[in-house]
Design a protein around this ligand. Sequence first.
Ligand code: DGL
Length: 280
Amino acid sequence: MRAPKILVFDSGLGGLTVHDEILRLRPHAHFLYAADDAAFPYGRLSEDLVVARVMNVIARLAEEFAPDIVVIACNTASTLVLPHLRARWPQLPFVGTVPAIKPAAEKSRSRLITILATPGTVARDYTQALIREHASHCQVNLVGSQSLAAIAEAFMRGIAPEVDELARELAPCFVEQAGARTDTVVLACTHYPLLLPHFIQLAGSKVGWPVEFIDPAPAIARRTDHVLSERGFIHAQSGDHGEGAAFFTSGGAPDDALRAILRRYGLPAIRTGQLAFEAA
Ligand code: DGL
């Protein structure tokens, strides 16, 4: 059987954290990694705008790439758009990325958990529903960061994060109440695990105390792998790698430093195409 074609989609480079885990499980697959950098960041957009934009971009990419599966590697989009995508393309499997509230609530001993996400994700009804369903025994602290996604994006483009700024963004994650402390922080934006080594270093030294950070990417990759298996895509035995390309909706060519990073993620080719975004 042929290798599957996997489309991984995010507003920017955060979805690479998910792509990387899928690549480990399915090295023979053909990947198109699509970053909607023309509309980044999604966290500041209205819900209607996110839905309309993602539907447009996926329509174009689905036509061009003909994927066997689409992974929406973005919490800000997944918490809104999955039902719309599934209704429009009923034959195509979609795997989403939504805040890992269930595992956090199961793991936490102090029952004080934080969801660190974009302002969009913390405001979603979907996020509230996950809390009601899986974390009613916990106190859930929702933190919508205005700038972490952009800091992570810049970091991938060679700009080191400023320690004080990161500490300021992380500070609201730490809650102390009646002798208990936050012990689990869900990274509910796919950009944030790009900064995980910084977070681990800061927690307990510059801000708060050591906590467990939950990166959902491995679980999303397992889900993607499982759906592909259900559809008959077996794990190939040969050592060959599939093809990998990155697509940027701005049409802007990545510079050499970013190209080198994309190669490390198994994405040596760049597909150009422009999908202009008018926010107004
Ligand atoms: N990576 C996206 C997420 O998982 C959001 C970043 C943005 O605001 O565009 O939520």
